[in-house]
Ligand binder design. Structure first.
Ligand code: ADP
Ligand code: MG
Length: 696
């Protein structure tokens, strides 16, 4: 294997390549656009494009694509080759500045939530020079933003970039008011931890539910689950280790700083985490990470499941979105330092997040909602659907002191002695961890743990950035008008603590008591994606998104439609797959098994030795009666599905999918899963949970 330092970033048109290959003036102009957002001239773009082409062609690329993130949640690419015929039967390889800056994909086949009619197909992609171009499978990929002919954002990247700008503007106002003269920009940083399952490909191909929906729609629990807690951090199996090491190599080539990998809690579950970077790049990188995991798995005859809940009764997968804010001169604004109680800047930025999360809890909840995550949030292992913040002992103590009139000390943790002379004394963290909190302060960043494993992290982050930008705006407004900034800082922090401490919770977020307590505190507990979607078009959402130029009312309304439509479509596919598997695989298999039982009863009786046939006969009776239940539930599901498909109102329809169709699917599954425990394994048509989870 080649050295990491050699392969790292080898497929990225990164800063060092640009420095090396661009004329000085072009490099400077491009950097200015990247850092300060100044407009890029076509002249500069032409020079950059031709350098990009030369570099890509040297690396064996034949095509280029505008790589974008439509509202499907995955990425899109249409490949164009560099060739341009010269008329003498030969070709030149060309790539112009115009082609670099702007693309024109047909917008009509991507979700637009009613913004575009299909006959008005024009859409544009625009080069996002803040995220570097890269080569993937012989194609030069240009990260781009995607919008409609009339300029509405049709993707995940546009609002993310706008939200980063909004947060920077407001955070800079606060910093200036506090007397910071060195920072010129504030960026948001993200390090997403990605969970996923790996199963054997041969078994996967026998499960239509996994193929169509990414999760098992049937399956009785295996004898063993995760109760021995023997998988988390366990030694990597050889096949998994080989796969993971190839994933790392592929990611490193793309300049993705894959850092941590380990087995997760559930059997067959794993996690990968990169070193954090700018939110925009982290988002692109996370999309590429999911894609790479899936692609490399196949090379090893494995299949990666990125779905939030592939297996009932077993932990699901999420993404821990570690988030912070930093100045362009490298100061993490959520770094508490040694004595956080007298670090006004830290406390101000910390409380701005607390205020935002409390005031826009429903919106944040929506940002983590999708059909897959509905199986996790509020289920046994996952953060509950209630948004709360874990701060830890030290910070909670400081906020309490502030509320009582002023903070004078920071609790320290000291050293931890293990009582063995040869072992080192360990410096203790100021706070323990809390794994049950959906939004936890973890040392110098917040970890938003509700995020769905399969979703783009753009959604949660543009919402987080926007609500914090709004908090910071209010704070900046006050600081700029204040006679004494120091006094005003104290006043602001004290007020925020008083008004928003209800969202802070350091206890066990998975307990029933917390659900009750949260209700008493008036914290929202939004049950499913359907209800959560409403937050997107709430008046106060529209107000702040328009104020900070992140999304217009029209754009928000289109996303509302898309979210509900997508939810209904996912549920519809699941229901159809449930019916197909029940009718064409499970019921026929059970009938065959019943026939063999009946045959046995008849054969034993015919032997005329008076042998006892009660085992076969009883089983036959039981299986037959369950098969009737299964068949009846299939009919009910079919009827419910037909009724639901006919509902015109998008919200009502999604609601019916959740509370009618979904419940009827569960009934079909319940009967089938019981049958699975009774039917001869030879007859059962689907690989079982035991086989899927424990065969690697
Ligand atoms: P855990 O112990 O919570 O599993 P990991 O070390 O696996 O933590 O992941 C923590 C993630 O947080 C990493 O991706 C790391 O780079 C990221 N991170 C650290 N500091 C910051 C920061 N200031 N902003 C955003 N992300 C950060
Ligand atoms: Mg973590």
């Amino acid at each position: 294997m080649s050295k990491i330092t050699d392969i790292y970033g080898s497929n990225v048109f990164n800063d060092s390549i640009m420095k090396e290959r661009l004329p000085k003036a072009t490099y400077k102009a491009l950097k200015k656009t990247m850092d300060k957002g100044s407009t890029l001239t076509l002249e500069v773009a032409d020079v950059v494009a031709s350098a990009m082409r030369d570099w890509a062609v040297e690396k064996g690329a034949t095509h280029f694509t505008h790589w974008f993130q439509p509202l499907t949640g995955i990425t899109a690419e249409k490949h164009d080759s560099f060739i341009n015929p010269t008329g003498d039967g030969k070709v030149l390889l060309e790539f112009s500045g115009k082609e670099l800056i702007k693309g024109e994909p047909d917008a009509s086949s991507f979700p637009s939530g009613g913004i575009r009619a299909t006959f008005e197909a024009r859409g544009y992609t625009a080069w996002d020079c803040t995220s570097p171009a890269f080569i993937k499978d012989g194609t030069l990929c240009i990260p781009t933003a995607f919008c409609s002919y009339t300029g509405e954002a049709l993707d995940k990247k546009t609002p993310l970039l706008r939200s980063m700008e909004a947060l920077s503007i407001q955070a800079m106002r606060v910093l200036k008011a506090l007397g910071n003269a060195s920072a010129t920009k504030v960026i948001t940083t993200v390090g997403p931890e990605q969970e996923y399952f790996i199963i054997d490909k041969a078994l996967y191909t026998k499960r239509k539910d996994l193929i169509y929906t990414g999760r098992t729609l049937f399956g009785a629990p295996a004898a063993k689950g995760q109760e021995l807690e023997d998988h988390y951090f366990g030694t990597l199996k050889e096949r998994i280790a080989a796969f993971m090491s190839e994933v790392d190599t592929e990611l490193w080539k793309l300049g993705i700083a894959a850092k941590t990998k380990h087995n997760e809690v559930a059997p067959a579950q794993h996690e990968i985490a990169p070193i954090f970077t700018t939110t925009n790049i982290a988002t692109d990188h996370n999309q590429l990470t999911m894609e790479t995991i899936k692609k490399v798995a196949l090379r090893h005859d494995l299949v990666a499941l990125i779905h939030e809940k592939p297996f009932a009764g077993i932990n699901g997968s999420g993404k821990h979105n570690n988030w912070s804010m930093a100045t362009d001169d490298g100061v993490n604004l959520l770094e508490p330092g040694e004595t956080p109680h007298d670090n006004a800047q830290f406390l101000l930025f910390l409380t701005s997040v607390i205020k935002a999360v409390d005031e826009y809890a429903e919106l944040l909840r929506f940002s983590a909602a999708n059909a897959g995550n509905d199986h996790r949030l509020g289920a046994n292992e996952a953060p509950p659907a209630i948004i709360s913040i874990f701060l830890g002992e030290q910070l909670e103590d400081i906020l309490e002191q502030i509320e009582k009139g002023g903070a004078t000390s920071s609790k320290t943790a000291g050293l931890l002695s293990l009582g063995v002379d040869t072992l080192p004394s360990l410096p203790k963290d100021a706070t323990d961890r809390n794994r049950t909190s959906p939004f936890a302060f973890t040392g110098n960043k917040f970890e938003f743990r509700m995020v769905p494993s399969s979703a783009s992290i753009a959604g949660p982050n543009f919402i987080l950035n926007t609500i914090v930008a709004e908090s910071l705006r209010e704070i900046a407004d006050r600081l700029e008008k204040a006679a004494s900034v120091d006094t005003e800082v104290q006043a602001i922090i004290t007020e925020i603590v008083k008004d928003h401490k209800k969202v802070i919770f350091n206890g066990n977020g998975y307990s029933d008591e917390w659900v009750e307590e949260a209700e008493k505190r008036g914290l929202p507990n939004v049950k499913s994606t359907v209800e959560a979607t409403k937050a997107l078009i709430a008046d106060k959402t529209i107000e702040i998104f328009e104020k900070h130029n992140v999304l217009s009312k029209v754009e928000l309304e289109s996303r509302y439609e898309i979210s509900l439509e997508n939810y209904s479509k996912v549920l519809n596919i699941e229901a159809l797959a449930t019916l197909e598997i029940a009718k064409r695989q499970i019921i026929p298999a059970v009938i065959k098994f019943s026939t063999s039982l009946a045959g046995s009863v008849a054969a034993v009786n015919a032997a005329g030795v008076g042998a006892d046939v009660s085992v076969q006969a009883d089983l036959l009776k039981e299986v037959s009666s369950l098969t009737t239940t299964l068949k009846n539930n299939v009919v009910i599901l079919e009827e419910t599905l037909a009724k639901t498909a006919a509902i015109v109102d998008t919200y009502e329809q999604a609601y019916a999918y959740r509370y009618d169709v979904f419940e009827k699917m569960q009934a079909v599954r319940a009967a089938a899963d019981t049958l699975e425990t009774m039917v001869d394994a030879e007859f059962w048509p689907l690989p079982t949970y035991g086989e899927l989870l424990f065969n690697i």
